[in-house]
Design a binder for this molecule. Structure first.
Ligand code: SDX
Length: 442
Protein backbone atom coordinates (compact mmCIF):
# COMPACT_ATOMS: atom_id res chain seq x y z
CA UNK A 1 0.00 0.00 0.00
CA UNK A 2 1.25 3.53 -0.68
CA UNK A 3 2.30 5.66 2.28
CA UNK A 4 0.00 8.44 3.55
CA UNK A 5 -0.58 10.98 0.74
CA UNK A 6 1.88 13.88 0.90
CA UNK A 7 0.65 17.33 2.01
CA UNK A 8 -1.31 18.93 -0.83
CA UNK A 9 -3.05 22.24 -1.01
CA UNK A 10 -6.72 22.67 -1.85
CA UNK A 11 -5.88 25.74 -3.96
CA UNK A 12 -8.87 27.45 -2.25
CA UNK A 13 -8.79 31.27 -2.09
CA UNK A 14 -7.90 32.40 1.44
CA UNK A 15 -6.90 36.08 1.14
CA UNK A 16 -7.47 38.92 -1.31
CA UNK A 17 -5.31 41.22 -3.46
CA UNK A 18 -6.47 44.82 -3.93
CA UNK A 19 -6.05 46.36 -7.38
CA UNK A 20 -6.77 50.07 -7.72
CA UNK A 21 -7.48 51.69 -11.07
CA UNK A 22 -6.02 55.19 -10.64
CA UNK A 23 -7.83 56.35 -13.78
CA UNK A 24 -11.19 55.92 -12.01
CA UNK A 25 -10.17 55.57 -8.34
CA UNK A 26 -12.03 52.21 -8.23
CA UNK A 27 -10.48 49.32 -6.24
CA UNK A 28 -11.02 45.62 -6.86
CA UNK A 29 -10.60 42.76 -4.38
CA UNK A 30 -9.17 39.76 -6.20
CA UNK A 31 -8.95 36.34 -4.49
CA UNK A 32 -5.46 35.00 -3.74
CA UNK A 33 -4.88 31.24 -3.92
CA UNK A 34 -1.95 29.60 -2.14
CA UNK A 35 -0.51 26.29 -3.31
CA UNK A 36 1.59 23.64 -1.59
CA UNK A 37 4.81 25.43 -2.58
CA UNK A 38 5.84 28.31 -4.81
CA UNK A 39 4.31 31.79 -5.19
CA UNK A 40 0.58 32.30 -4.50
CA UNK A 41 -1.61 33.38 -7.45
CA UNK A 42 -4.05 36.25 -7.78
CA UNK A 43 -7.24 35.04 -9.49
CA UNK A 44 -8.01 37.55 -12.26
CA UNK A 45 -10.84 35.61 -13.91
CA UNK A 46 -13.39 38.32 -13.00
CA UNK A 47 -11.08 41.29 -13.63
CA UNK A 48 -12.25 42.06 -17.18
CA UNK A 49 -15.94 41.75 -16.27
CA UNK A 50 -15.55 44.00 -13.21
CA UNK A 51 -12.84 46.45 -14.33
CA UNK A 52 -13.01 46.32 -18.14
CA UNK A 53 -9.25 45.69 -18.38
CA UNK A 54 -7.05 42.79 -19.53
CA UNK A 55 -3.71 41.79 -18.03
CA UNK A 56 -0.72 41.80 -20.40
CA UNK A 57 2.04 39.19 -20.16
CA UNK A 58 3.75 38.23 -23.47
CA UNK A 59 5.31 34.78 -23.07
CA UNK A 60 3.22 34.23 -19.92
CA UNK A 61 6.33 34.64 -17.74
CA UNK A 62 4.24 35.83 -14.76
CA UNK A 63 0.99 34.01 -15.48
CA UNK A 64 -0.29 30.73 -14.08
CA UNK A 65 -2.28 28.96 -16.80
CA UNK A 66 -3.68 26.20 -14.60
CA UNK A 67 -3.63 24.46 -11.24
CA UNK A 68 -1.50 21.32 -11.32
CA UNK A 69 -0.38 18.59 -8.89
CA UNK A 70 2.17 16.97 -11.17
CA UNK A 71 5.47 18.91 -11.20
CA UNK A 72 6.92 21.76 -9.17
CA UNK A 73 9.98 23.83 -10.07
CA UNK A 74 11.67 26.49 -7.98
CA UNK A 75 14.05 28.37 -10.26
CA UNK A 76 15.85 30.17 -7.44
CA UNK A 77 16.49 27.03 -5.40
CA UNK A 78 17.19 24.80 -8.42
CA UNK A 79 14.37 22.48 -7.35
CA UNK A 80 12.41 20.03 -9.56
CA UNK A 81 9.83 17.73 -7.91
CA UNK A 82 7.44 15.24 -9.53
CA UNK A 83 4.41 14.62 -7.26
CA UNK A 84 6.63 15.67 -4.32
CA UNK A 85 9.65 13.48 -5.16
CA UNK A 86 12.90 15.30 -6.07
CA UNK A 87 14.35 14.65 -9.51
CA UNK A 88 17.65 13.67 -7.89
CA UNK A 89 15.86 11.03 -5.75
CA UNK A 90 13.95 9.66 -8.74
CA UNK A 91 17.00 9.63 -11.06
CA UNK A 92 18.99 7.75 -8.42
CA UNK A 93 16.39 5.25 -7.19
CA UNK A 94 13.52 4.97 -9.67
CA UNK A 95 13.09 3.96 -13.32
CA UNK A 96 11.20 5.55 -16.21
CA UNK A 97 8.21 3.18 -16.01
CA UNK A 98 7.71 4.11 -12.33
CA UNK A 99 8.03 7.81 -13.17
CA UNK A 100 5.42 7.44 -15.96
CA UNK A 101 3.06 5.81 -13.45
CA UNK A 102 3.82 8.51 -10.85
CA UNK A 103 3.14 11.34 -13.31
CA UNK A 104 -0.08 9.74 -14.56
CA UNK A 105 -1.58 8.46 -11.31
CA UNK A 106 -0.01 10.57 -8.54
CA UNK A 107 1.86 7.95 -6.46
CA UNK A 108 4.70 5.51 -6.94
CA UNK A 109 3.26 2.08 -7.82
CA UNK A 110 3.49 -0.90 -5.47
CA UNK A 111 4.86 -4.15 -6.89
CA UNK A 112 1.56 -5.36 -8.40
CA UNK A 113 0.71 -1.93 -9.83
CA UNK A 114 4.16 -1.62 -11.36
CA UNK A 115 4.10 -5.10 -12.92
CA UNK A 116 0.62 -4.51 -14.37
CA UNK A 117 1.56 -1.09 -15.77
CA UNK A 118 4.85 -2.32 -17.22
CA UNK A 119 3.18 -5.35 -18.85
CA UNK A 120 0.49 -3.09 -20.34
CA UNK A 121 3.06 -0.71 -21.80
CA UNK A 122 5.18 -3.59 -23.11
CA UNK A 123 2.20 -5.08 -24.91
CA UNK A 124 1.36 -1.83 -26.64
CA UNK A 125 4.82 -1.22 -28.12
CA UNK A 126 4.00 -2.60 -31.58
CA UNK A 127 2.76 -0.10 -34.16
CA UNK A 128 -0.14 -0.91 -36.52
CA UNK A 129 1.87 -2.56 -39.32
CA UNK A 130 0.24 -0.42 -42.00
CA UNK A 131 1.69 2.69 -40.31
CA UNK A 132 5.14 1.60 -41.46
CA UNK A 133 4.04 2.82 -44.89
CA UNK A 134 3.99 6.41 -43.62
CA UNK A 135 7.77 6.39 -43.22
CA UNK A 136 8.21 5.53 -46.89
CA UNK A 137 6.54 8.80 -47.85
CA UNK A 138 9.39 10.81 -46.29
CA UNK A 139 12.74 11.59 -47.90
CA UNK A 140 15.52 9.55 -46.29
CA UNK A 141 17.12 12.81 -45.16
CA UNK A 142 13.93 14.16 -43.56
CA UNK A 143 14.56 15.48 -40.05
CA UNK A 144 13.29 12.76 -37.67
CA UNK A 145 11.27 15.35 -35.76
CA UNK A 146 9.29 16.00 -38.95
CA UNK A 147 8.60 12.27 -39.11
CA UNK A 148 7.58 12.18 -35.43
CA UNK A 149 5.09 15.01 -35.91
CA UNK A 150 3.61 13.28 -38.95
CA UNK A 151 3.46 9.70 -37.68
CA UNK A 152 2.22 10.54 -34.17
CA UNK A 153 -0.47 12.78 -35.63
CA UNK A 154 -1.42 9.94 -37.99
CA UNK A 155 -2.10 7.69 -34.97
CA UNK A 156 -5.44 9.54 -34.86
CA UNK A 157 -6.25 7.82 -38.16
CA UNK A 158 -5.58 4.33 -36.79
CA UNK A 159 -6.56 4.16 -33.15
CA UNK A 160 -10.18 5.31 -33.37
CA UNK A 161 -11.05 3.28 -30.27
CA UNK A 162 -9.00 5.68 -28.09
CA UNK A 163 -9.82 9.13 -29.41
CA UNK A 164 -12.98 9.88 -27.40
CA UNK A 165 -11.59 12.25 -24.78
CA UNK A 166 -14.78 12.04 -22.71
CA UNK A 167 -14.35 8.31 -22.08
CA UNK A 168 -11.91 7.67 -19.18
CA UNK A 169 -11.13 4.18 -20.49
CA UNK A 170 -10.26 5.53 -23.95
CA UNK A 171 -8.13 8.27 -22.37
CA UNK A 172 -6.21 5.62 -20.44
CA UNK A 173 -5.72 3.44 -23.53
CA UNK A 174 -4.49 6.42 -25.56
CA UNK A 175 -2.04 7.34 -22.76
CA UNK A 176 -0.66 3.82 -22.66
CA UNK A 177 -0.42 3.60 -26.46
CA UNK A 178 1.51 6.88 -26.69
CA UNK A 179 4.01 6.03 -23.95
CA UNK A 180 4.46 2.55 -25.42
CA UNK A 181 4.74 3.45 -29.11
CA UNK A 182 6.94 6.54 -28.99
CA UNK A 183 10.15 4.46 -28.69
CA UNK A 184 9.01 2.26 -31.59
CA UNK A 185 8.26 5.27 -33.81
CA UNK A 186 11.51 7.01 -32.78
CA UNK A 187 13.59 3.91 -33.56
CA UNK A 188 11.78 3.49 -36.89
CA UNK A 189 12.55 7.12 -37.81
CA UNK A 190 16.23 6.44 -37.12
CA UNK A 191 16.30 3.14 -39.03
CA UNK A 192 14.57 4.76 -41.99
CA UNK A 193 17.14 7.58 -42.08
CA UNK A 194 20.03 5.09 -42.35
CA UNK A 195 18.31 2.62 -44.68
CA UNK A 196 18.26 -0.26 -42.21
CA UNK A 197 15.22 -2.52 -41.66
CA UNK A 198 12.85 -1.71 -38.81
CA UNK A 199 13.38 -3.85 -35.69
CA UNK A 200 10.25 -5.04 -33.92
CA UNK A 201 9.90 -4.41 -30.17
CA UNK A 202 10.60 -7.42 -27.92
CA UNK A 203 8.43 -8.21 -24.91
CA UNK A 204 11.33 -9.77 -23.00
CA UNK A 205 13.13 -6.42 -22.79
CA UNK A 206 12.66 -3.48 -20.42
CA UNK A 207 11.55 -0.14 -21.86
CA UNK A 208 14.99 1.47 -22.38
CA UNK A 209 16.62 -1.81 -23.45
CA UNK A 210 13.81 -2.33 -25.96
CA UNK A 211 14.39 1.11 -27.41
CA UNK A 212 18.16 0.61 -27.72
CA UNK A 213 17.57 -2.76 -29.35
CA UNK A 214 15.06 -1.37 -31.88
CA UNK A 215 17.49 1.46 -32.64
CA UNK A 216 20.84 -0.30 -32.91
CA UNK A 217 20.14 -4.01 -33.52
CA UNK A 218 20.36 -5.42 -37.06
CA UNK A 219 19.04 -8.80 -38.29
CA UNK A 220 22.54 -9.97 -39.21
CA UNK A 221 24.00 -10.25 -35.72
CA UNK A 222 23.09 -10.32 -32.02
CA UNK A 223 22.99 -6.89 -30.38
CA UNK A 224 24.50 -6.92 -26.90
CA UNK A 225 22.58 -4.51 -24.67
CA UNK A 226 24.91 -2.75 -22.24
CA UNK A 227 23.34 -2.49 -18.75
CA UNK A 228 25.18 0.82 -18.21
CA UNK A 229 23.89 2.30 -21.45
CA UNK A 230 20.31 1.13 -20.85
CA UNK A 231 20.50 2.52 -17.29
CA UNK A 232 21.83 5.82 -18.68
CA UNK A 233 19.08 5.85 -21.33
CA UNK A 234 16.43 5.19 -18.69
CA UNK A 235 17.86 7.97 -16.51
CA UNK A 236 17.85 10.41 -19.46
CA UNK A 237 14.17 9.56 -20.01
CA UNK A 238 13.44 10.27 -16.33
CA UNK A 239 15.22 13.63 -16.48
CA UNK A 240 13.22 14.74 -19.52
CA UNK A 241 9.82 13.39 -18.46
CA UNK A 242 8.01 16.53 -17.32
CA UNK A 243 8.69 20.15 -16.49
CA UNK A 244 5.60 22.15 -15.44
CA UNK A 245 3.96 24.37 -18.08
CA UNK A 246 6.87 24.73 -20.56
CA UNK A 247 6.20 25.73 -24.16
CA UNK A 248 5.44 22.25 -25.50
CA UNK A 249 3.34 21.20 -22.49
CA UNK A 250 1.35 24.43 -22.76
CA UNK A 251 0.88 23.62 -26.46
CA UNK A 252 -0.50 20.19 -25.59
CA UNK A 253 -2.86 21.69 -23.00
CA UNK A 254 -4.08 24.40 -25.37
CA UNK A 255 -4.66 21.91 -28.19
CA UNK A 256 -6.41 19.57 -25.75
CA UNK A 257 -8.62 22.34 -24.40
CA UNK A 258 -10.42 22.47 -27.77
CA UNK A 259 -11.28 18.76 -27.47
CA UNK A 260 -8.70 17.58 -30.02
CA UNK A 261 -7.80 13.90 -29.69
CA UNK A 262 -4.70 12.98 -27.65
CA UNK A 263 -2.62 11.89 -30.65
CA UNK A 264 -3.14 15.26 -32.35
CA UNK A 265 -2.29 17.06 -29.09
CA UNK A 266 0.96 15.16 -28.62
CA UNK A 267 1.87 15.82 -32.28
CA UNK A 268 1.41 19.54 -31.54
CA UNK A 269 3.66 19.20 -28.49
CA UNK A 270 6.35 17.52 -30.61
CA UNK A 271 6.20 20.40 -33.08
CA UNK A 272 6.64 22.96 -30.29
CA UNK A 273 9.48 21.05 -28.62
CA UNK A 274 11.41 21.05 -31.93
CA UNK A 275 12.33 24.73 -31.61
CA UNK A 276 16.02 25.44 -30.77
CA UNK A 277 14.99 27.66 -27.85
CA UNK A 278 13.24 24.64 -26.32
CA UNK A 279 13.87 20.93 -26.86
CA UNK A 280 15.83 21.53 -30.05
CA UNK A 281 18.60 23.00 -27.88
CA UNK A 282 20.30 19.63 -27.26
CA UNK A 283 20.93 19.28 -30.99
CA UNK A 284 21.97 22.96 -31.14
CA UNK A 285 24.45 22.46 -28.26
CA UNK A 286 26.34 19.74 -30.15
CA UNK A 287 26.36 21.81 -33.32
CA UNK A 288 27.64 24.79 -31.31
CA UNK A 289 30.42 22.73 -29.64
CA UNK A 290 31.49 21.41 -33.04
CA UNK A 291 31.49 24.98 -34.42
CA UNK A 292 33.57 26.30 -31.50
CA UNK A 293 35.91 23.39 -32.11
CA UNK A 294 38.59 24.16 -29.53
CA UNK A 295 39.01 25.65 -26.07
CA UNK A 296 41.00 28.63 -27.37
CA UNK A 297 37.97 29.78 -29.37
CA UNK A 298 35.66 29.87 -26.33
CA UNK A 299 36.29 33.58 -25.54
CA UNK A 300 35.32 34.53 -29.12
CA UNK A 301 32.00 32.73 -28.76
CA UNK A 302 31.31 34.10 -25.29
CA UNK A 303 31.74 37.58 -26.78
CA UNK A 304 29.26 36.70 -29.54
CA UNK A 305 26.80 35.45 -26.90
CA UNK A 306 27.04 38.80 -25.08
CA UNK A 307 26.75 40.92 -28.22
CA UNK A 308 23.16 42.23 -28.45
CA UNK A 309 23.59 42.67 -32.20
CA UNK A 310 24.61 39.06 -32.64
CA UNK A 311 21.75 36.51 -32.66
CA UNK A 312 24.14 33.84 -31.35
CA UNK A 313 23.23 32.49 -27.93
CA UNK A 314 25.15 29.98 -25.86
CA UNK A 315 22.97 26.94 -26.49
CA UNK A 316 22.37 24.82 -23.41
CA UNK A 317 22.66 27.86 -21.15
CA UNK A 318 19.89 29.83 -19.51
CA UNK A 319 16.34 28.96 -18.64
CA UNK A 320 13.02 30.73 -18.40
CA UNK A 321 12.55 29.49 -14.83
CA UNK A 322 15.88 28.27 -13.44
CA UNK A 323 17.85 31.32 -12.37
CA UNK A 324 20.03 28.97 -10.36
CA UNK A 325 21.37 25.60 -11.54
CA UNK A 326 19.09 23.21 -13.48
CA UNK A 327 19.13 20.12 -11.23
CA UNK A 328 18.92 17.89 -14.29
CA UNK A 329 22.20 19.26 -15.66
CA UNK A 330 24.06 18.08 -12.56
CA UNK A 331 22.72 14.52 -12.89
CA UNK A 332 23.53 14.48 -16.61
CA UNK A 333 27.04 15.78 -16.05
CA UNK A 334 27.63 12.78 -13.76
CA UNK A 335 26.05 10.36 -16.24
CA UNK A 336 28.25 11.71 -19.04
CA UNK A 337 31.34 10.43 -17.26
CA UNK A 338 29.76 7.01 -16.53
CA UNK A 339 28.76 6.53 -20.17
CA UNK A 340 32.10 7.67 -21.56
CA UNK A 341 33.95 5.44 -19.07
CA UNK A 342 31.71 2.49 -20.00
CA UNK A 343 32.42 3.09 -23.66
CA UNK A 344 36.13 3.43 -22.94
CA UNK A 345 36.13 6.94 -24.38
CA UNK A 346 38.99 8.53 -22.47
CA UNK A 347 39.35 11.95 -23.97
CA UNK A 348 36.13 12.89 -25.71
CA UNK A 349 37.21 16.34 -26.97
CA UNK A 350 33.64 17.64 -27.01
CA UNK A 351 33.16 16.72 -23.35
CA UNK A 352 36.42 18.46 -22.44
CA UNK A 353 35.32 21.45 -24.49
CA UNK A 354 31.87 21.46 -22.82
CA UNK A 355 33.36 21.28 -19.33
CA UNK A 356 35.83 24.10 -20.10
CA UNK A 357 33.03 26.18 -21.65
CA UNK A 358 30.89 25.62 -18.54
CA UNK A 359 33.78 26.56 -16.25
CA UNK A 360 34.67 29.75 -18.13
CA UNK A 361 31.02 30.81 -18.62
CA UNK A 362 30.22 30.33 -14.93
CA UNK A 363 33.18 32.57 -14.03
CA UNK A 364 32.09 35.26 -16.52
CA UNK A 365 30.24 38.18 -14.94
CA UNK A 366 27.76 38.50 -17.85
CA UNK A 367 26.53 34.96 -17.28
CA UNK A 368 26.62 35.38 -13.52
CA UNK A 369 24.64 38.63 -13.69
CA UNK A 370 22.08 37.16 -16.12
CA UNK A 371 21.94 33.98 -14.00
CA UNK A 372 22.70 31.79 -17.03
CA UNK A 373 23.57 28.25 -15.95
CA UNK A 374 23.85 25.03 -17.98
CA UNK A 375 20.39 23.53 -18.51
CA UNK A 376 19.17 20.02 -19.21
CA UNK A 377 20.27 20.24 -22.83
CA UNK A 378 23.91 21.11 -22.19
CA UNK A 379 25.18 17.63 -21.35
CA UNK A 380 22.49 15.38 -22.79
CA UNK A 381 23.80 15.72 -26.35
CA UNK A 382 27.29 14.63 -25.36
CA UNK A 383 25.95 11.44 -23.76
CA UNK A 384 23.62 10.70 -26.66
CA UNK A 385 26.40 11.24 -29.20
CA UNK A 386 28.68 8.90 -27.23
CA UNK A 387 25.87 6.30 -27.24
CA UNK A 388 25.80 6.43 -31.03
CA UNK A 389 22.79 8.64 -31.74
CA UNK A 390 23.13 11.18 -34.55
CA UNK A 391 22.57 14.80 -33.49
CA UNK A 392 19.28 14.90 -35.39
CA UNK A 393 17.86 12.24 -33.03
CA UNK A 394 18.52 14.19 -29.81
CA UNK A 395 15.25 16.11 -29.76
CA UNK A 396 13.39 12.94 -30.78
CA UNK A 397 14.63 11.34 -27.55
CA UNK A 398 13.51 14.41 -25.63
CA UNK A 399 10.03 14.06 -27.20
CA UNK A 400 9.98 10.32 -26.44
CA UNK A 401 10.55 10.99 -22.74
CA UNK A 402 8.41 14.13 -22.52
CA UNK A 403 5.39 12.22 -23.88
CA UNK A 404 4.94 10.88 -20.33
CA UNK A 405 4.65 14.43 -18.97
CA UNK A 406 2.59 15.71 -21.86
CA UNK A 407 -0.01 12.97 -21.53
CA UNK A 408 -0.14 13.27 -17.73
CA UNK A 409 -0.71 17.04 -18.04
CA UNK A 410 -3.30 16.47 -20.79
CA UNK A 411 -5.13 13.93 -18.57
CA UNK A 412 -5.06 16.37 -15.63
CA UNK A 413 -6.47 19.13 -17.84
CA UNK A 414 -9.29 16.97 -19.25
CA UNK A 415 -10.23 15.86 -15.72
CA UNK A 416 -10.05 19.42 -14.32
CA UNK A 417 -13.66 20.60 -13.69
CA UNK A 418 -12.73 24.23 -14.32
CA UNK A 419 -10.90 23.65 -17.59
CA UNK A 420 -12.35 25.37 -20.67
CA UNK A 421 -11.08 26.12 -24.15
CA UNK A 422 -7.95 28.29 -23.93
CA UNK A 423 -8.52 31.71 -25.51
CA UNK A 424 -5.94 34.42 -24.58
CA UNK A 425 -6.85 38.04 -25.36
CA UNK A 426 -4.59 40.83 -26.71
CA UNK A 427 -3.70 44.51 -26.77
CA UNK A 428 -4.81 45.66 -30.24
CA UNK A 429 -2.59 48.40 -31.71
CA UNK A 430 -3.50 48.01 -35.38
CA UNK A 431 -5.38 50.51 -37.60
CA UNK A 432 -8.72 51.94 -36.47
CA UNK A 433 -11.86 51.38 -38.59
CA UNK A 434 -11.38 52.52 -42.22
CA UNK A 435 -13.35 52.12 -45.50
CA UNK A 436 -12.44 49.83 -48.39
CA UNK A 437 -10.55 51.57 -51.22
CA UNK A 438 -11.11 50.36 -54.77
CA UNK A 439 -8.06 48.91 -56.49
CA UNK A 440 -7.68 51.72 -59.03
CA UNK A 441 -7.73 54.26 -56.20
CA UNK A 442 -4.83 52.75 -54.16
C1 SDX B 1 14.38 23.72 -22.37
O1 SDX B 1 10.55 25.84 -20.08
C2 SDX B 1 11.12 24.75 -19.81
O2 SDX B 1 10.95 24.19 -18.77
C3 SDX B 1 12.01 24.20 -20.94
C4 SDX B 1 12.80 22.93 -20.61
C5 SDX B 1 11.89 21.76 -20.39
O3 SDX B 1 12.31 20.81 -19.71
O4 SDX B 1 10.76 21.75 -20.94
O5 SDX B 1 13.59 23.12 -19.46
C6 SDX B 1 13.71 22.53 -21.77
O6 SDX B 1 13.83 24.30 -23.28
C7 SDX B 1 15.68 24.21 -21.78
C8 SDX B 1 16.20 25.54 -22.48
C9 SDX B 1 16.93 25.09 -23.76
N1 SDX B 1 17.24 26.28 -24.60
C10 SDX B 1 18.53 26.69 -24.75
O7 SDX B 1 19.51 26.20 -24.19
C11 SDX B 1 18.68 27.82 -25.77
C12 SDX B 1 19.59 28.92 -25.19
N2 SDX B 1 18.86 29.59 -24.10
C13 SDX B 1 18.14 30.82 -24.42
O8 SDX B 1 17.49 30.75 -25.66
C14 SDX B 1 17.29 31.29 -23.25
O9 SDX B 1 18.05 31.17 -22.12
C15 SDX B 1 15.94 30.65 -22.97
C16 SDX B 1 15.03 30.73 -24.16
C17 SDX B 1 16.11 29.23 -22.58
C18 SDX B 1 15.31 31.38 -21.79
O10 SDX B 1 14.95 32.60 -22.22
P1 SDX B 1 14.44 33.72 -21.16
O11 SDX B 1 14.33 33.27 -19.77
O12 SDX B 1 13.27 34.33 -21.79
O13 SDX B 1 15.62 34.61 -21.07
P2 SDX B 1 15.74 35.84 -21.96
O14 SDX B 1 15.66 35.39 -23.38
O15 SDX B 1 14.78 36.86 -21.47
O16 SDX B 1 17.21 36.24 -21.61
C19 SDX B 1 17.47 36.99 -20.43
C20 SDX B 1 18.77 37.66 -20.76
C21 SDX B 1 18.71 38.34 -22.12
O17 SDX B 1 19.58 39.43 -22.06
P3 SDX B 1 18.87 40.89 -21.85
O18 SDX B 1 17.84 41.05 -22.94
O19 SDX B 1 18.24 40.84 -20.46
O20 SDX B 1 20.02 41.86 -21.96
O21 SDX B 1 19.82 36.68 -20.84
C22 SDX B 1 20.30 36.63 -22.16
C23 SDX B 1 19.30 37.32 -23.06
O22 SDX B 1 19.96 37.93 -24.17
N3 SDX B 1 20.42 35.21 -22.48
C24 SDX B 1 21.46 34.66 -23.10
C25 SDX B 1 21.16 33.29 -23.14
N4 SDX B 1 19.97 33.07 -22.58
C26 SDX B 1 19.50 34.26 -22.18
N5 SDX B 1 22.59 35.19 -23.61
C27 SDX B 1 23.45 34.31 -24.17
N6 SDX B 1 23.26 32.98 -24.25
C28 SDX B 1 22.12 32.44 -23.75
N7 SDX B 1 21.93 31.13 -23.82
Amino acid sequence: MNEMPAKESTGEASETFTLTDNRTGRSFQLPVQTGTDGPPVVDIRKLYAEAGIFTYDPGFTSTGSCESKITFIDGDRGVLHHRGYSIEDLAENSDFMEVCYLLLYGDLPNRDEKDTFENTITRHTMLHDQMAQFFRGFRRDAHPMAIMVGVVGAMSAFYHDSTDINDPHQRMVASHRLIAKMPTIAAMAYKYSIGQPFQYPRNDLKYAENFLNMTFAVPCEKYEISPTLSRAMDRIFILHADHEQNASTSTVRLAGSSGANPFACIAAGIASLWGPAHGGANEAVLNMLMEIGSVDRIPEYLDKAKDKDDPFRLMGFGHRVYKNHDPRAGVLRKSAHEVLDELGIENEPLLELARELERIALEDEYFAEKKLFPNVDFYSGIILRAMGFPTSMFTVLFALARTAGWIAQWKEMIEDPVQKIGRPRQLYTGPDLRSYTQLDQR
